[in-house]
Design a protein around this ligand. Structure first.
Ligand SMILES: [Zn+2]
Ligand SMILES: [Zn+2]
Length: 241
């Protein structure tokens, strides 16, 4: 299986990443990718982009260094109601959106009930395309409900390569991903792959995610990032605009 689309990465604009847009595009192209999504952190995370950053994406060519660019955001899920930190009209204009829970931005108590409800509510928003790193034992979730809701709403669940790094702050990611993948296979729910790169050398790096997919013999037809045409119906650029 060859993964050709990266649906999650950051540039220096996110405040704690280290490469420019051009450097990220060049690195992903050098790895042979078809498309790279740049999903800058939405405003509630410290020192990231403001609203105008996300409103000015029209100036960015969607082909750079021979690769397709998708300009998006990683929204913060703020509470168990699924509130996110960019207004709907801005989200709808983005090529792609990931929504994630980050502990510093999450106001609800991290219980399995609250977190599951947060994901379910956010997946009901038609402009939320992907749930980012639902793999952290600090944010426990009912995977059966998560996977079934992803299917009902056409939302993609992410296999996050960075979560699998040994030094990752996310706890139990591998075990949680295996549970999620097993349910995805059972219910026929597609997954996406995000490097969550914060530096160019990691753009399109799926070393760990790919070996996990291989380890559990996950069916290639359920991995939407093996060809851009497979993912197009799931992202704003393909379904809203
Ligand atoms: Zn994140
Ligand atoms: Zn991220």
């Amino acid at each position: 299986m060859k993964i050709l689309v990266d649906t999650h990465s950051h540039t220096i604009a996110s405040g704690h990443a280290y490469s420019t847009l051009s450097e990220m595009a060049r690195a992903a192209a050098a790895r042979g990718l078809q498309a790279l999504a740049v999903t800058e952190h939405a405003p509630q995370l410290e020192k990231t982009c403001g609203l105008f950053y996300f409103m000015n994406y029209d100036v960015i060519p969607r082909q750079m260094h021979g690769i397709r660019l998708l300009m998006g955001a990683e929204l913060n899920i703020m509470d168990s109601d699924g509130t996110v930190d960019l207004p709907e009209n801005i989200c709808r204009e983005l090529d792609i959106t990931v929504a994630s829970i980050h502990p510093p931005c999450y106001r609800s108590e991290s219980t399995i009930e609250n977190n599951t409800r947060a994901y379910v509510e956010v997946m009901k928003k038609p402009y939320v395309n992907i749930i980012g790193h639902p793999d952290d034992s600090r944010i426990p979730v009912d995977y059966e409900i998560l996977v079934k809701t992803a299917k009902e709403t056409g939302t993609l669940l992410e296999l996050n390569n960075s979560s699998l790094r040994p030094q990752s702050s996310r706890v139990g990611a591998k075990e949680n991903m295996l549970i999620m993948l097993d349910l995805c296979r059972q219910y026929g729910v597609p997954v996406t792959t995000g490097s969550d790169a914060h530096i160019d050398v990691d753009a399109g790096n799926f070393e760990r995610a790919a070996s996990l997919l291989k380890y559990c013999a996950f069916p290639e037809e359920l991995v939407v990032t093996t060809d851009f045409e497979k993912i197009r119906p799931f992202i704003n650029a393909g379904k809203i605009r």
